[in-house]
Design a protein around this ligand. Structure first.
Ligand code: HGY
Ligand code: MN
Ligand code: MN
Length: 409
């Protein structure tokens, strides 16, 4: 086990160096230089353990170990390798590294699967560069529209296609993968919350994942001189936006049932200290375990937007992502629990307040997800940390589970 822990630490430490903000967390935007460094590392690791490596038209990476049944559906294990701005080293990579190490155990022990094993490294789960998110998994499952692929832009007006070409990838929207080619999708992820650490339990078997939606909101007013424009003759986009934003958290609090709402992005144009703001862009992220709670908050958000139209203020609202709450496969959850018991690793059931690629695959194949503890429950920040020994525990459970699912000898 010690050797496995060391391998995991080396993977995580190496991938963590691929950041555009060294010393201030992990910033690895999709199709950036840091993406390319990570992509090359992952492909190199896949080849070293005998996997056949490929990339699809979005740049998702696949490492395949063929089974004795050539056309049988694959057992897939993986996660994403992009990050939020100034995020942590484990959100995403822990799951990719776990997949690599499960495949390494197949390789080291010369395990021959009947069903193929596929290790996957997914792009743009966070949506930090192009907005929305879960882009790689939605592209594989045919839920990414041509418009979203072609028309999305990053903050510099670069599209996913242009960004892919800049790092030598060949962009094309993949055809929806036939669900019959997927037997299961397994993902290890850090919990990103305090529960497992507070309970001192090393493994969480995920039962369900919250539904989530993200909106881009643009408020347009009229730029003007801060000194010569009387207060009663202004259409100040920032004041309108600020009044709206300040009211939004109460929508989630009033909704209850664990509903949460976050405004994470806010840009002011032209952003001059002596200029009345002409335009403000901000995001609204809404999540809940029950779809009706999400829908009710969306409806009130849209009513607010309507309330602020007029007097020279124009508000535009665009839905960037909508994924319903998901319950994960009972069969796979049971398998994961049985394997945890066989390994004498204590576990508990847990629900996910974060969104994951697993929720996208769960409409197309049996999905199982494991969590490991996050130190102080912190994530999406440089302080994010998890113990490689916990990742090693998860690798052992996923390895045994994958052997069963691939009907390995
Ligand atoms: O936002 C999320 O829940 C995930 O980190 N993309
Ligand atoms: Mn993640
Ligand atoms: Mn994340």
């Amino acid at each position: 086990m010690e050797q496995l822990k060391e391998r995991i630490e080396k993977h995580i430490e190496t991938i963590a160096t691929y950041t555009s903000t060294p010393g201030n967390g992990t910033t690895r935007l999709t199709y950036s230089k840091e993406d390319l460094q990570t992509r090359n590392y992952i492909k190199e690791q896949m080849k070293a353990i005998g996997l056949t490596v490929s990339e699809d038209g979005l740049g998702n990476i696949f490492g395949k170990l063929d089974g004795s049944m050539p056309d049988a559906p694959s057992v897939m294990i993986g996660s994403h390798f992009d990050s939020v701005p100034n995020g942590g080293a484990y959100d995403g990579p822990a799951g990719v590294v776990a997949g690599l190490e499960v495949a390494n155990l197949f390789y080291q022990h010369n395990v021959k699967p009947s069903y193929p094993l596929e290790i996957v490294a997914l792009v743009e789960e966070e949506g930090s560069r192009f907005g929305g998110g879960l882009m790689g998994s939605r592209g594989i499952t045919g839920q990414l529209s041509e418009a979203e692929f072609s028309d999305s832009m990053d903050k510099d007006g670069i599209s996913p296609k242009e960004a892919m070409q800049e790092i030598g990838l060949d962009p094309s929207l993949p055809k929806a993968r036939d669900p019959k080619t997927m037997k299961a999708f397994l993902e290890l992820h850090i919990e990103q919350g305090p529960i497992l650490e507070e309970k001192n339990i090393p493994i969480g078997v995920v039962e369900s994942i919250v539904g989530l939606t993200q909106y881009d909101i643009t408020v347009k007013g009229q730029a003007g001189h801060a000194g010569t424009t009387p207060m009663d003759r202004r259409s100040d986009a920032l004041i309108a936006a600020a009044k709206m934003i300040s009211k939004l958290p109460d929508l989630a609090i009033t909704e209850g049932n664990g509903t949460v709402l976050t405004t994470g992005k806010l840009n002011v144009y032209p952003n001059g200290a002596n200029v009345i703001p002409e335009k403000v862009f901000f995001t609204v992220d809404i999540r809940s375990g029950k779809e009706e709670n999400i829908q009710h908050v969306i409806q009130q958000l849209k009513e607010y937007v309507e309330d602020y139209q007029g007097n020279g203020i124009e508000v535009d609202i665009e839905e960037k992502l909508y994924v319903q709450p998901k319950a994960l496969s009972e069969t796979v959850r049971t398998l994961l629990k049985e394997q945890s018991e066989h390994q004498n690793i204590s576990y508990c059931s847990i629900n996910s307040g974060a969104g994951h690629d697993a929720m996208v695959f769960s409409d197309f194949t049996d999905v199982g997800m494991l969590f490991i503890p996050s130190k102080a429950g912190l994530s999406h920040c440089p302080e994010e940390w998890s113990d490689a020994a916990d990742i090693a525990n998860a690798v052992e459970i996923l390895y045994q589970t994958a052997k069963k699912l691939t009907k390995a000898e």
